[in-house]
Design a protein around this ligand. Structure first.
Ligand code: ADP
Ligand code: ZN
Ligand code: ZN
Length: 741
């Protein structure tokens, strides 16, 4: 009897063996239905073992075979196997996550056929005779209504279930043999066939490249097979134009293209730019799609019906008929890293994928990650620099306002208010960046200093005035605003610190003749509101914009000439070694919103620490110089990208239990090092996470670090084989190449 080994969608490093009835001939990667406990579940065939550890009497049969051939194409299958190993994730989880939900649930990937009604030849004859009134045989006589239906069907076929035609009349006509049903499958032409002999792009829209762009494009097109290139160019340097023209070349070869963008970078503007340029089929995978729509895109890409797929992180799992290029825009963005379940990095996976497929990959950013810059230095990536803005090359001017010497009103210094005034008087728009929604980050008692805080996270609640509530931004719990101090009962409660709501209020007061638009998650929850706000800004109806992170990317505001950053001082002193890199990226990205049209742009940073080395380098010498220094520092400290890390995270309602689990793990690794004579492994911890408590759970970390990625991988493989935590009840996760500490 044939055995099959099945992976299920469970977070376990375990497969399950079943017997295969003779009439089924499954292949690797096929989905099957299997009995599992009292349930029937969808599984994926991962092996055909010779024999099983399970007693043959206890083995059960597969209930059904869902696919005739693997649901994964070879290339993606290989990538997923590699990824499961690299990220030390259960293969079942990896495989299932790579499929649209409908396929995980066992639905057929093949587009359903449609049923149509059409006239038979007898039907045509009957219609003619009735219309001409030459009926010799009474049996052929039709009622007026029947004639109407017949004449509709003579003109076109009508889909079943369409309410235009009466079902009872149709059924009578069917019985008479005048009407028959016909099953049709939707046409599956690849995009090249659909396009026939039209051009892939609208030539008239293609911009004439400037010298740097032309050089960049020629560097790209002369490469054969796999190459990764980093396009490193300031915002507005025309990176996207280079992508578009390179994409066009790939499409001209008849191949498909995958474009990955950050979560907040996937704006209608982005998609529109692709649609405007190309005459081909472009599909978008964004969070608003429902599951049927997702399945459809999956199917279209796999059968070659779509030419370009644009999507966020998980779009990396799209299967293609013939993928010819991957583009990753804003490659430094943290949203490419999946932060739960299996924690992959879509950019890193994409590079691996491109290598396996032997196709080029393009990473673009105005603020490349230190990892990618390091890969440029060690020769893995080709470096393509676009140093100037494509249209308006007047450099941005950067200013620092030292808050220590300023009179401050609700977070705004006198000097900043004056600059805003000047820009508004010139008929321009200004953008204020404040990465804190709500009215104020803290509500406290003026008498005794008590702070209203979330018990689940032990962090202050944010005071939301508009919603009349206190909200925790770490766990999203909320409660009504208290009237009294929770400690001394005083009613004298005050807020401290600045949130976007309060800033909006302050600016409305300062500039009563101008309109203020606030864009953050609270102001844009209702569908369509964000678009409306953006439209108001583009049409100039609103002159003062307040925004959080949401505004830092993907949006272009040609008339914004002043960008100000408020309250970023916290990030200057973070314990996370990546905080400086993030801050520098954020600064440059936000600054990039200024002066995109033919206007000169100004960036103002309010800070209490104008002497901080990060700010000095960044503002006077730019991001590239900052990155250079930061890389040197990382090298001296032996931090990534000069070493590899793997982070074990434990969480429990009891802090002690979480810590103990990691202590046990520490013992295990210490022993392992001795047993296998491992050199160079650094183990840090257990230490409490930076946010030690979140949503009621205490979180502890144990960090492994090694200069060699391979060695660390080897150590993790030992760990997985030994399973020292197998029986543990405390929840734990492993994050390979973590980006958050
Ligand atoms: P990036 O992606 O680097 O931010 P974009 O490709 O969006 O830059 O280009 C910024 C602006 O410059 C866009 O309005 C674009 O139309 C324009 N642009 C880009 N390249 C050229 C060019 N070669 N000639 C004229 N305008 C250009
Ligand atoms: Zn009090
Ligand atoms: Zn909380």
């Amino acid at each position: 009897m044939k055995l099959v080994r099945i992976a299920l969608a469970v977070p376990l490093f375990q497969f399950f063996d079943y017997l295969c009835p003779l009439e089924f001939t499954p292949q690797l990667g096929c989905r099957v239905i299997v009995p599992f406990g009292h349930q029937q579940r969808v599984g994926i065939v991962v092996d055909f073992p010779e024999n099983s550890d399970i007693d043959s009497k206890q083995l059960k049969f597969i209930t059904a075979l869902l696919d005739e051939e693997s649901i994964f194409n070879d290339k993606l299958w290989k990538l997923l196997i590699w990824a499961a190993n690299y990220y030390q994730a259960p293969l079942g989880e990896v495989l299932f996550q790579a499929l649209p939900v409908k396929l995980r649930q066992g639905e057929s990937p093949i587009e359903k056929s449609k049923i149509f009604f059409q006239l038979t030849s007898l039907g045509h004859e009957a219609l003619n005779m009735n219309q001409m009134g030459v009926i010799h045989n009474n049996a052929l006589k039709c009622t007026q209504k029947q004639i109407e239906v017949l004449s509709t069907l003579a003109k076109e076929e009508v889909e079943k279930g369409n309410n235009r035609l009466s079902p009872s009349i149709l059924s009578t006509l069917q019985k008479k043999g005048y009407v028959e049903i016909k099953e049709k499958y939707p046409k599956q032409l690849t995009w090249q066939q659909r396009l026939a002999d039209k051009n892939v792009a609208h030539f008239e829209d293609r911009l004439k490249l400037n010298q740097e762009q032309a050089l960049a494009l020629s560097q790209l097109v002369f490469q054969q097979g796999f190459t990764s290139s980093l396009i490193d160019g300031v915002t507005g340097a025309g990176k996207t134009e280079v992508y578009l023209q390179f994409i066009e070349q790939i499409l001209n070869k008849g191949r498909q293209v995958l474009v990955l963008v950050p979560e907040i970078g996937l704006t209608p503007q982005t998609v529109q730019r692709f649609n405007a340029r190309f005459a081909v089929e472009i599909d978008v995978l964004h969070s608003n799609l429902n599951e049927s729509e997702r399945l459809k895109v999956w199917y279209r890409a796999k059968t070659g019906q779509s030419a370009v797929v644009i999507g966020t992180r998980s779009a990396i799992f799209t299967q293609f008929y013939d993928l010819g290029l991957i583009v990753i825009d804003e490659e430094h963005d943290a949203s490419f890293k999946q932060q739960d379940n299996w924690r992959y990095h879509a950019r890193d996976l994409a590079v691996m994928y491109a290598k396996q497929l032997d196709i080029p990959i393009l990473l673009g950013s105005a603020t490349p990650s230190l990892e990618s810059l390091h890969n440029v230095k060690n020769g893995k990536y080709q470096h393509i620099v676009l140093s100037k803005r494509a249209i308006n090359n007047t450099a941005l001017r950067h200013f620092i306002i030292d808050m220590k010497q300023q009179r401050v009103k609700q977070g705004l210094s006198r000097a900043l208010i004056e600059r805003i005034q000047t820009h508004l008087e010139q008929g321009n728009q200004v953008l204020l960046f404040l990465n804190r929604r709500g009215f104020a980050p803290v509500l406290l008692c003026h008498e005794c200093g008590w702070i209203a805080q979330c018990q689940h996270c032990e962090k202050p609640y944010t005071y939301h005035q508009k919603k009349r509530s206190l909200r925790c931004h770490h766990c999203s719990s909320q409660k009504p605003i208290p009237r009294q101090c929770g400690h001394c009962g005083s009613t004298h409660l005050i807020t401290t610190g600045l949130g976007t709501e309060q800033l909006e209020e302050a600016l409305t007061e300062c500039f009563p003749h101008h309109h203020v638009t606030r864009i953050d998650r609270d102001s844009t929850t209702r569908k369509g509101v964000l678009e409306k706000h953006l439209q108001n800004i583009r049409q100039g109806k609103s002159q003062i914009l307040i925004g959080t992170q949401m505004l830092a990317k993907g949006h272009h505001f040609p008339n914004v000439t002043l960008v100000a950053l408020l309250n970023i001082d916290n990030s200057l002193f973070s314990l996370d070694f990546r905080a400086e890199e993030r801050l520098a990226q954020l600064y440059v990205q936000v600054a990039g919103r200024a002066g995109r049209a033919e206007k000169y742009g100004e960036v103002i940073l309010q800070t209490h620490y104008p002497e901080h080395p990060l700010l000095r380098t960044l503002l006077s010498q730019g991001y590239a110089q900052f990155a250079e220094q930061a890389l040197l520092l990382r090298q001296n400290m032996g931090l990534p990208p000069f070493c590899s890390q793997a982070l074990f995270k434990a969480q429990s309602r009891s802090s002690e239990q979480a810590e103990n689990l990691l202590k046990q793990l520490l013992d295990y690794f210490n022993q392992l090092v001795q047993q296998k004579s491992i050199l160079g492994l650094q183990i840090l911890g257990p230490i409490p996470a930076l946010f030690v408590k979140k949503a009621g759970y205490y979180r502890w970390h144990l960090l492994l670090q090694h200069q060699s990625r391979q060695q660390l991988q080897q150590i993790l493989t030992y760990f997985r084989q030994d399973e020292p935590l197998k029986k543990e009840k405390v929840r734990w996760f492993l994050d390979v190449d973590p980006i958050d500490l």
